[in-house]
Design a protein around this ligand. Structure first.
Ligand code: ADP
Length: 399
């Protein structure tokens, strides 16, 4: 069966059509600039020439119509008709406390996703638009919602309640939710497979380091703590997000720079992180290049990032009985999979725990590999993430 995986952003849409018999993507693409001048679909059916379809798209429905058109195109499409799509899996960012697993979408589910807009005002609305458009375009098949937050619903209150008046949790549901759950779950399952263990027995610290970054402690296959919070702004410094800062900086800056809530939110989400420190770029490749050319602030941005990753890993060690109790520290996502230097610097900072990288083995990019030395107290592993496949698997399981 083919499953269509949809990930809708405010002006973009990523999709993959996955043949679940061999778990292979048979087509994938990206729609950019939805509702903005210059909108286009970049489509690729695996084994055929890539296509760029430039056409005005006023909304997500129009975008999805073009995607469906591309999928069935006789020349560059992947299937003969839309009947060959068995179900659609949607990435939904915020499930709040309503969802601890993926669900088949019905009216009640839609209401709950709508209710959670207040927790993710930028993310849930485009997710809803994508679901509604697919319901209209493919009315006869099931749609499944897979939440970024669901995997972390196993955290206990001491790891999700903030030290602010408790009534704000009761009144506004302010608590840690965590994100990238689909990725942390995928690499948890995959690492269990690699280490030949039952997922219920696996203990890990999983590091999703990309443009957005988060770290989770996984005990017996379940997320028990994670670095992102009420929103994806908390935790590590990221491409453009500040991560943890003294909360007093918010009001201090609003006051000094005369910023309103939207403007301060912009500073912390879009102008901070390694971009804000380096002044160079939010892309780690550009920053690594600039640092190699002697740019001190670029080097500082990398140092701050690595220091914070090491600090989170060491903090999460306290969740386990001993270092030997941890099956592996796992690196994934753009930076975690592709930057041997970043992995090496982080693990070197953790030598107090007996962790040790093998420089030769670590010289890999985007490939499943154990990169720790034989002497290391716990394994260090690179595991490429595949959120789309995880969404497709959950979708297939539910239908
Ligand atoms: P997103 O959060 O957008 O899904 P990704 O997981 O794709 O992000 O990660 C993107 C980040 O990974 C970028 O900052 C990019 O620079 C970094 N990255 C990708 N390849 C490399 C590489 N070879 N070396 C260093 N960084 C890399």
């Amino acid at each position: 069966m083919n499953i269509l995986v949809i990930n809708c952003g405010s002006s973009s849409l990523k999709y993959q059509l996955i043949d679940m018999d061999g778990e292979n993507a048979i087509a994938k693409g990206l729609v950019e600039r939805i509702g903005i001048e210059g909108s286009r679909v970049k489509h690729e059916t695996i084994g055929k020439e890539k296509q760029v379809i430039e056409e005005p798209m006023s909304d997500h429905r129009k975008a999805l119509e073009l995607v469906m058109g591309a999928l069935v195109n006789p020349e560059y499409g992947a299937v003969k008709s839309l009947d060959e799509i068995g179900a659609v899996g949607h990435r939904v960012v915020h499930g709040g406390e309503d969802f601890s697993a993926s669900v088949v979408i019905d009216e009640k589910v839609m209401k709950a996703i709508e209710k959670n807009i207040e927790l993710a005002p930028l993310h849930n609305p485009p997710n809803i638009m994508g679901i509604e458009a697919c319901q209209k375009l493919l009315p006869n098949i099931k749609q499944v919602a897979v939440f970024d937050t669901a995997f972390h619903q196993t955290m206990s209150p001491e790891n999700y309640i903030y030290a602010i008046p408790y009534e704000y949790y009761e009144k506004h549901k302010i608590r840690r939710y965590g994100f990238h759950g689909t990725s942390h779950m995928y690499i948890t399952n995959k690492t269990a497979e690699i280490l030949n263990k039952n997922v219920e027995d696996i203990n890990l610290i999983t590091c999703h380091l990309g443009n957005g970054s988060s770290i989770s402690a996984i005990k017996n296959g379940k997320s028990i703590c994670t670095s992102m919070g009420l929103t994806p702004l908390e935790g590590l410094p990221m491409g453009t997000r500040s991560g943890n800062i003294d909360p007093a900086i918010v009001t201090f800056l609003m006051d000094k720079e005369n910023l309103n809530t939207e403007e301060i939110s912009n500073v912390l989400n879009k102008e901070s992180g390694v971009f804000g420190i380096s002044g160079v770029s939010s892309d780690f490749r550009d920053i690594e290049d600039a640092a190699a050319d002697g740019n001190k602030r670029a080097q500082l941005a990398l140092d701050i990032f690595e220091e914070n990753v090491a600090r989170f890993i060491s903090a999460y060690m306290t969740e386990f009985k001993s270092i030997e109790d941890i099956d592996a520290i796992v690196f994934t996502a753009g930076l975690g999979e592709n930057s041997p230097e970043t992995r090496e610097h982080i693990i070197n900072k953790l030598s107090i725990f007996g962790l040790e990288i093998d420089e030769n083995k670590n010289n890999v990019r985007g490939k499943e590999t154990i990169v720790s030395s034989e002497e290391s107290s716990s394994k260090v592993i690179v595991v490429p993430t595949d959120e789309e496949l995880m969404i497709a698997r959950d979708t297939l399981k539910l239908i």
